[in-house]
Design a protein around this ligand. Structure first.
Ligand code: ATP
Ligand code: MG
Length: 370
């Protein structure tokens, strides 16, 4: 676990990092992202003490790293940077084994590490080649393997793939993600590419001017970007929120209904009270069965006790989830007053009226109506 507690740093009088506070749990793939100059590299370099904070504390597994020997600390932290930095006069195998050798691992253990590492990226046959004999992407793969060779629990990666062509970058991203999951590493990865962040990260830390603007999972960030800058960064990756187009968005829900076993008089009274000339009728399970009109009650009502014989199935119905357009077209063409919207279980969800059509038009013209 890596913890930043009130970490601040200035260069001269310019504050660069301002009271950073965050915790990175073990085994997480964390991406630091934000505009150029926001302090990503500075933040990362503090984790392996290439830079020191002016104030605040950084803890790894609960230990203040300020009190730890730098060299010892870095043995537990792999580091990959954009400029690959393989040693040109060393073979691939020797490059991979720089740290294991420093740690005085014996030859057979080093050989085994080389083999295991190269297997991770399918480059076993390259062990004795020199960096100049490798493509850029292959060299960067070896750079990643070198950082992993002594099996550090934490790996820092500062825009490791930004100099690579898109195809190579894609495949290295896949490889690093699968290595991270296989070996259960904590990876702190600097990127300014939101596509890369969304693809790789368990958690994205979005920085702006030396502060954390948002720390969230890719899904959360996509759904609730903290501010316009984050939204801009998400850009084309943000889901297009489709304009609402289904009936339930436009329907009225305060609808007067009556049970079919009710009396004619009661029904007429309720219409009067609600100033309507028809009511929706339901059965004993609240399921829609039809409508009843004041005209029919006036005509036939005298001889009847319950309204059931007067219920008509003439009103048009739609289902929740149906496109509103069909109902709108119907209302405008037929002159009908409403379309009844039903839930999946046939209970009444609401009604779409001509007022609903007007609201939809208004929303399309002026945005979300109040
Ligand atoms: N040695 C230095 N002396 C003075 N200012 C510095 C120094 N190193 C970095 N800065 C400034 O600190 C700020 C943060 O730099 P940092 O390298 O952390 O940014 P970054 O987010 O990694 O940017 P980029 O995406 O361009 O790599 C920048 O404004 C930079 O100019
Ligand atoms: Mg940087």
């Amino acid at each position: 676990m890596i913890q930043f507690q009130h970490v601040s740093k200035s260069y001269g009088k310019t504050p660069i990092l301002k009271d950073l506070n965050f915790t990175i749990p073990d085994g997480q793939f964390v991406i630091l992202i934000g505009p150029s100059g926001c302090g990503k590299t500075t933040t990362m370099k503090m984790i392996n003490r290439l830079l020191e904070p002016d104030s605040g504390t950084i803890l790894i597994d609960g230990q203040d790293i300020h009190n730890q020997d730098k060299v010892e600390l870095r043995r537990h932290i792999g580091y990959v940077i954009q400029q690959i930095g393989l040693f040109p006069n060393m073979t691939v195998a020797q490059n991979i084994c720089v740290v294991p050798k420093l740690l005085k691992y014996d030859k057979s253990r080093c050989d085994q590490i080389v083999q295991e590492m190269l297997q991770l990226v399918g480059m076993e046959q390259y062990a004795d080649k020199y960096p100049s004999e490798l493509s850029g992407g292959q060299q960067q793969r070896i750079g990643v393997l070198r950082a992993l060779a002594a099996s550090p629990p934490i790996v820092l990666m500062d825009e490791p793939f930004s100099a690579l062509d898109p195809m190579t970058r894609e495949s290295l991203q896949d490889e690093v993600k699968s290595i991270q999951q296989k070996l259960n590493k904590t990876i702190v990865f600097v990127s300014h590419d939101m596509g890369e962040a969304l693809k790789l990260a368990d958690v994205i830390i979005f920085m702006e001017s030396g502060q954390v603007v948002q720390m969230a999972s890719p899904e959360e960030m996509l759904e609730h970007p903290a501010n316009d800058l984050v939204r801009n960064f998400l850009g084309k990756h943000a889901p297009d929120v489709p304009a609402p187009s289904t009936v339930e968005h436009f329907m009225r829900t305060n609808v007067v209904s009556v049970r079919k076993d009710r009396g004619v008089l009661e029904c007429a009274e309720r219409m009067a009270r609600s100033s309507v000339d028809s009511l929706l009728v339901t059965d004993e399970h609240e399921r829609y069965v039809g409508t009843i009109s004041i005209g029919d009650i006036r005509h036939w009502g005298r001889e009847l006790t319950s309204i059931e014989p007067l219920v008509r199935q003439s009103a048009r119905t739609a289902r929740v989830g149906d496109e509103a357009k069909e109902s709108f077209d119907y209302l405008l063409d037929s002159g009908a007053n409403y379309v009844v919207v039903l839930n999946a279980d046939d209970t009444i969800a609401g009604i779409v009226t001509k007022t609903s059509v007007a609201r939809s038009v208004a929303e399309n013209l002026w945005g979300e109506a109040k």
